[in-house]
Design a protein around this ligand. Structure first.
Ligand SMILES: [Zn+2]
Length: 224
């Protein structure tokens, strides 16, 4: 199937009204971006979009997140989850788009507006034509600060999930291209502390001292 055809086939699964609604949802999210753990308006918008799709089992998880469940056709089937993150970044938008950010200094610059919208879009299809097992839609807050996923998992909302699927938009690929690989695809967020110990000395005998300032800038390129 050609790339154009595959995009068309994908879009053909949606009615025109659904397509209009999903595009409008994505643009509404884009215009009202919220930082990690502040996604209350985003959560309200997404809950309304899920409800408009006929999804009734929607639970607030991790304060500003949502987990919606779409029952499967059979009881006891594999439960899978589709995850989209929903938070924005502290970046000022200068695109001039008609649906550009209305929140100065905050922008959906990482594309999480799209991730949230396509997760809802999956819900639109699944609500109409359920999978064999249940599918949980996970709208995860606070991805940018590396905290949201742990909070969702700690809530127990995904305890019965056997597989989870997620994706990220990437400008390096064309519309219609879906890219996957075995193993890690990108670096993840983590934090750690490094302490540099120097040794003081007399300025006239620097060879007897250890200057940590020299070590610090070179450490990030050779962190072994
Ligand atoms: Zn991202």
């Amino acid at each position: 199937m050609s790339e154009t055809n595959s995009v068309a086939a994908c879009l053909a699964q949606f009615t025109l009204a659904e397509r209009v609604r999903i595009v409008a949802l994505r643009r509404a999210l884009h215009a009202a971006p919220e930082l990690s753990w502040q996604e209350y308006g985003t959560q309200r918008t997404l809950r309304a979009a899920l409800e408009a799709s006929g999804i009734t089992e929607i639970r607030t998880v991790a304060d500003t997140g949502l987990v919606a469940t779409i029952p499967g056709r059979t009881v006891g089937g594999t439960t899978v989850a589709i995850r989209g993150d929903i938070d924005a970044l502290p970046i000022h938008e200068e695109t001039g788009l008609p649906f550009a950010s209305q929140h100065p200094g905050v922008m959906h610059a990482c594309g999480h507006d799209m991730h949230a919208a396509w997760t809802v879009a999956a819900g639109v299809l699944l609500a109409r034509d359920p999978a064999v097992g249940a599918v949980k839609l996970v709208l995860q807050p606070a991805e940018e600060v590396g905290e949201g996923a742990a909070r969702i998992l700690a809530s127990g909302a995904l305890d019965d999930v056997q597989m989870i699927f997620g994706g990220h938009v990437d400008w390096r690929f064309r519309v219609g291209e879906v890219v996957a690989t075995a193993g890690p695809l990108a670096a993840s967020t983590d934090t750690f502390t490094i302490v540099f110990h120097g040794r003081g000395g007399h300025g006239a005998r620097p060879q007897d001292a250890i200057d940590p300032i020299i070590a610090i800038p070179s450490s990030h390129s050779r962190p072994s």
